[in-house]
Design a protein around this ligand. Structure first.
Ligand SMILES: *Cc1c(COP(=O)(O)O)cnc(C)c1O
Length: 404
């Protein structure tokens, strides 16, 4: 591929995003296998061409509206605001919930930093809750005990933020009913779980706000983007207002508060819209990949997989496995390095936020299940476009690490 920057200049070669790596079969090279690369649905180029031809490229016009409406159908939410990223949607969520400096925000410790980063940047105090071993998501029993204690102290959190992990919903019905008792709103970080269900309802259902991401590694991508969803029309309208610089209705740019430049470009909305048609098939593909990993590895001693509770259906956005080093005869890191050496990306399960230096001093509520999952957990390549032959290389490489 090459790009001509100026009419008379020589074309500049654009390197492809994959490095190649040599694996120890003579004469064979494979492109590096990534954890969750984007998977094109086919209609993206046409949608992009139509968008550019229409002249609507800014975060306004028919494309973002169509994208938001389609996300509304996929998630079951009545009101959806498309924004520049999942992190931006979380930030707006904290703003519309009136998070103030010194307020506490409670979230699951087993998550990506973006769940809590905007709150901390707003001056909030983070508190981390342990996960349930049967779902790897926020443990409702820990939440119940911690909220009762917080109420007794007279210092409730401003918001509770459960996280749908690796495509698996948190136990939203339980979490919402516990929080309702104390009048604490719930914002679901469902960035990783578009297409998942909890008791037959789409991810995030029941929360005051749910946030999804359309980053390049998610199950459906816009090349970058996010949405804030709610049943509360006023909250979504407020988020939209803040996302476009908090301009009051007047020709001279009147401001009662300050906002952000968080709009979703029409160009990205077009890509996201073209991708959304494939959601169901992407969920099925990721679940099939998970099933093949189980079939290929579960007989090994010391190997297990992220459980799926009977109240939910995960998308298996990422397949996560656990390696017990004593039974398996090798550490998780040994396996990760062996995969890396043959050009296969894998990653430890999220490092719990209570162990991150930036949140030093923030306590963990609960027994520390998440810490054990981090020590033994490994996320495997799970892209919906992965070929069975590629997946067989992953399985063979892991099997070769077993010291029986
Ligand atoms: C990806 C992700 C985000 C952030 O989404 P972006 O669109 O990348 O900003 C937030 N939370 C979780 C749990 C995520 O996995």
């Amino acid at each position: 591929m090459a790009l001509r920057l100026l009419p008379n200049a020589a074309p500049v070669p654009i390197p492809l995003p994959q490095e190649t790596s040599v694996i120890p079969f003579p004469g064979k090279t494979y492109p590096r296998l990534h954890l969750s690369p984007p998977h094109l649905a086919g209609g993206e180029i046409e949608a992009l061409r139509d968008t550019l031809d229409s002249g609507w490229v800014a975060p306004a016009g028919p494309m973002p509206i169509a994208f938001e409406a389609t996300v509304g159908v996929a998630t079951g939410f009545s009101h959806v605001a498309g924004v520049a990223s999942g992190t931006a949607a979380l930030h707006l969520g904290y703003r519309v919930l009136d998070l103030a400096p010194g307020d506490e925000v409670w979230t699951s410790t087993l998550t990506f930093v973006a769940t809590i980063a905007p709150a901390v940047q707003m001056g909030a105090v983070p508190r981390f809750l342990d996960v349930d071993a049967t779902s790897w998501t926020m443990d409702p029993d820990v939440l119940r005990v911690a909220l009762a204690a917080a109420a007794a102290r007279g210092r409730l959190p401003r918001v509770v933020v459960p996280v749908d992990l690796y495509g698996q919903c948190s136990d939203m019905d339980a979490i919402v009913s516990i929080c309702e008792r104390w009048g604490v709103p719930v914002m679901s970080d469902s960035a990783e779980a578009l297409g998942a269900t909890q008791r037959g309802k789409p991810a995030g259902s029941g929360a005051k706000i749910a946030v999804f991401s359309f980053n390049g590694n998610k199950i459906i991508t816009a090349g970058g983007g996010g949405v804030l969803c709610s049943e509360d029309e006023r909250l979504v309208a407020r988020a939209r207002f803040l996302a476009s610089q908090a301009k009051e209705a007047s020709a001279h740019y009147q401001h009662e508060t300050t906002g952000y430049s968080y709009g979703l470009s029409s160009v990205l909305a077009a890509v996201g819209l073209a991708q959304l048609v494939a959601l169901e098939s992407r969920v099925n593909a990721r679940r099939a990949i998970f099933a093949r990993y189980v079939e290929g590895l579960a007989d090994l001693p010391g190997v297990s997989f992220m459980p799926e509770p009977n109240w939910g259906r995960s998308t298996r956005w990422l397949t996560a496995m656990l390696i017990d080093p004593r039974a398996f005869g090798a550490e998780r890191e040994t396996v990760r390095r062996a995969l890396d050496a043959v050009g296969i990306e894998s990653r430890p399960v999220w490092k719990p936020l209570h162990l991150q230096p930036t949140f030093r001093g923030a306590p963990l509520f609960g027994p520390g299940i998440a810490t054990g999952l981090f020590e033994r957990g490994l996320c495997l390549p799970s892209g919906s476009g992965m070929e069975p032959s590629q997946q067989a290389r992953v399985i063979d490489t892991i099997r070769a690490c077993w010291r029986g």
